[in-house]
Design a binder for this molecule. Structure first.
Ligand SMILES: Cc1cc2nc3c(=O)[nH]c(=O)nc-3n(C[C@H](O)[C@H](O)[C@H](O)COP(=O)(O)O)c2cc1C
Ligand SMILES: Cc1ncc(COP(=O)(O)O)c(C=O)c1O
Length: 204
């Protein structure tokens, strides 16, 4: 994948989801390890921007979906302020994508479907972990996993009510590609009130 040739506005698909899909497919080839890893930034009542890595689990014209614990700090921040920024950096391609959007929970059905596609131990883990809470030691966590494994011995663990997905519905997406001498190519897509997308070039 040669990304050194530069980007013209005419290279950019008018639909940012199609453009993201093209770049994501390139990233899957160039980054065998977690091409879907993204930095997710949220800010709640204290206005502090909190960042963490999350795996993108799906995207379409409705938005970008990830799964997590609904009682985690990020979930509380999203409750207080349902906005997020998603940031991808694909170093082997010298590309960055920055997505800003409004956030909502995915449907129960969508969370169930994804939860049940996960390996059994990951499903147990979603029950075992009180995400981001302080715990006494590793043994405490391992014991919880043992207890939950015994509880669901011959059963399929159901999805915990505190675990599910969020969808980031973008209103702004920026595609960035590196060029020599820091004179990068950048295109910003902004959603207009009639839901069409305006594309402008930004200075590096
Ligand atoms: C590569 C990678 C992928 C991760 N993917 C997820 C994920 O999909 N969902 C999740 O809840 N946490 C994921 N984490 C853990 C988060 O970074 C974070 O520690 C956790 O969600 C707690 O965040 P919070 O305290 O801000 O709510 C991942 C971490 C790494 C390094
Ligand atoms: C706590 C947590 N939840 C979810 C995920 C991602 O989902 P999955 O385990 O279904 O790949 C990760 C990935 O690292 C994670 O650390």
């Amino acid at each position: 994948m040669d990304t050194t040739a530069g980007l013209r506005k005419s290279d950019m698909n008018p639909n940012p989801f199609v453009q993201f899909d093209l770049w994501f497919k390139d990233a899957e080839k160039a980054h065998p390890n977690n091409p879907n890893a993204m930095t997710v930034v949220t800010a709640g009542k204290d206005a502090v921007p909190y960042a963490r890595t999350i795996l993108l689990k799906g995207f379409d014209e409705q938005g970008f979906v990830f799964f997590t614990n609904y009682e985690s700090p990020k979930a509380q921040q999203l409750e207080d302020n349902p906005r997020a920024t998603l940031l991808f950096y694909w170093s082997n391609l010298d590309r960055q994508v920055n997505i800003m959007g409004m956030v909502e929970k995915v449907s129960e059905e969508e969370s169930d479907a994804y939860y049940h596609s996960r390996p059994r131990l990951s499903r147990i883990g979603a029950w075992a972990s009180k995400q981001s809470q302080e715990i006494p030691n590793r043994e405490w966590l391992d014991n919880r996993v043992d207890e939950l494994n015994a509880l669901y011995q011959d059963k399929d663990p159901p999805r915990p009510p505190h675990w599910g997905g969020y969808r980031v519905k973008p209103y702004r997406i920026e595609f960035w590609q590196q060029r020599p001498s820091r004179l990068h190519d950048r295109f910003k897509y902004s959603q207009l009130p009639d839901t069409t997308w305006q594309i402008v070039r930004l200075s590096p």
